[in-house]
Write a protein that binds this ligand. Structure first.
Ligand code: ADP
Length: 395
């Protein structure tokens, strides 16, 4: 039996999944997380049914644990629980595929070099993703390495949704509206084709609301526009990221407040969004449970911006047939879905309170013009499918 390992290397974490590739659809055997990479990392491993096989065990290291050591620890655990599982393909989530990559790609040293040149476009993600690639190449020199890009799903946007009104030379250099969360949108588009083909054929906004958050307009299952642009900062406010911001504010921070570029990066990526506004937490559960004024205002802003963005995407789609919620907040927060939807009656969105409270697959009223769904996303399986298509198929 041939297996694929999926890897999602973040700045301080490594998520991994083990999939058997024999059948038509890759089958999850286990997945896990090494967190606090770059510090005193710990590893958690879960079986396919969600049972914890290992829970936050410290990863041994001389000093701080890097991505390579985290991967080696993950592989030891997998070998212990799935002895003899032969990993022939490793699939990587890579945030940026630049202008050229519009689908999963088998990696070669030349392609990795090319992807490294995109690091300035995604400095907080791309170098870590590529560190994961290098660690996997060292651990599995024989395996096929496949990159799955967050930008790829959006690469066919029309020009008006791909460009900024800067002098043309910047567009030619790659300063474009890339859009992210593409693996999640790819999965949701596939699920719509399977469970709601009418909707798949129509005009749908997908709201991926997790720690990062964006919205994507789909027509006929393909991305037409995204709330995220050149970087993963644009669009909706997020756990710690600003979302849409007047660029004049950055000039003000540089000129009047004398902030360094590093300080501004930290402010925009790590200290803003729900955390910055509430002064309390980046975590929606904490904000919902808190009665504080800051938490209330952060939720007000979050849901208002989501409605505004949805209105813009509906204009880009020239109408709206469906809305899909996914991501940790989208899949679980009755309150946030309600707060977003209740301001959107004018566009044909009306939700059923009981269905919404139950996180039901369909939460709109039967007679509402726009169908509203909750679909748990699954980025890992999208990577595993790419491994099955491009890597070594199991016998
Ligand atoms: P990531 O983008 O890191 O993958 P997730 O998709 O897991 O993150 O989303 C994390 C967010 O989901 C957090 O803000 C968390 O509070 C929120 N969340 C998870 N469960 C609930 C819930 N039951 N109610 C409200 N928010 C929730």
């Amino acid at each position: 039996m041939s297996y694929a390992l999926t890897l999602n290397a973040g700045s301080s974490s490594l998520k991994f999944g083990l999939f058997a590739l024999g059948a038509d659809e890759p089958e999850l055997s286990a997945n896990g997380l090494a967190d606090r990479v770059g510090g005193d990392a710990r590893l958690t491993l879960k079986g396919a049914d969600g049972t914890k096989l290992r829970d936050a065990v410290p990863i041994p290291a001389e000093g701080v644990v890097d991505h390579h050591e985290a991967l080696v620890a993950a592989l030891h655990e997998l070998e212990d629980h799935f002895p003899g599982a032969q990993i022939d393909t490793v699939g990587h989530r890579v945030v940026h595929g630049g202008m050229d990559y519009s689908g999963p790609t088998v990696l070669s040293p030349a392609i990795i070099d090319k992807l490294s040149t995109l690091s300035p476009f995604a400095p907080l993600h791309q170098p870590h993703n590529l560190a994961g690639v290098r660690a996997a190449m060292a651990a599995f020199p024989q395996a096929v390495q496949v990159a799955c890009f967050d930008t790829a799903f959006h690469r066919h946007h029309p020009f008006v949704n791909d460009v900024f009104a800067l002098p043309r030379e910047y567009y030619d250099k790659g300063v474009r509206r890339y859009g992210f969360h593409g693996l999640s949108y790819d999965y949701i588009s596939g699920e719509l084709a399977r469970i709601a083909p009418d909707l798949h054929a129509g005009r749908v906004v997908v709201a991926h609301l997790g720690n990062g958050a964006s919205m994507c307009g789909l027509r006929g299952g393909r991305s037409v526009a995204s709330s995220m642009g050149f970087s993963a900062l644009d669009g909706l406010p997020m756990g710690t990221r600003t979302g849409q911001l007047d660029p004049g504010i950055i000039l003000y921070l540089l000129q009047q407040e004398g902030m360094s570029v590093e300080d501004i990066i930290t402010l925009l990526y790590k200290k803003s969004g729900l955390l910055g506004l509430s002064g309390l937490s980046h975590d929606m559960r904490t904000l919902e449970a808190s009665g504080s004024e800051g938490a209330r205002q952060a939720i007000d802003y979050y849901t208002f911006r989501a409605r505004r963005e949805l209105g813009g995407l509906a204009a880009a789609l020239e109408g709206l047939d469906g809305l899909v919620f996914c991501g940790g907040i989208g899949e679980n927060s009755r309150l946030i879905r309600e707060r977003i939807c209740n301001g959107l009656h004018w566009i044909g969105i009306e939700i059923d309170d009981e269905a919404n409270a139950a996180n039901a697959p369909v939460i709109s009223r039967p007679d509402a013009r726009v169908k509203v769904m909750v679909i748990p996303t699954n980025e890992e399986i999208v990577i595993a499918r790419a491994c099955a298509a491009l890597g070594v198929r199991g016998a």
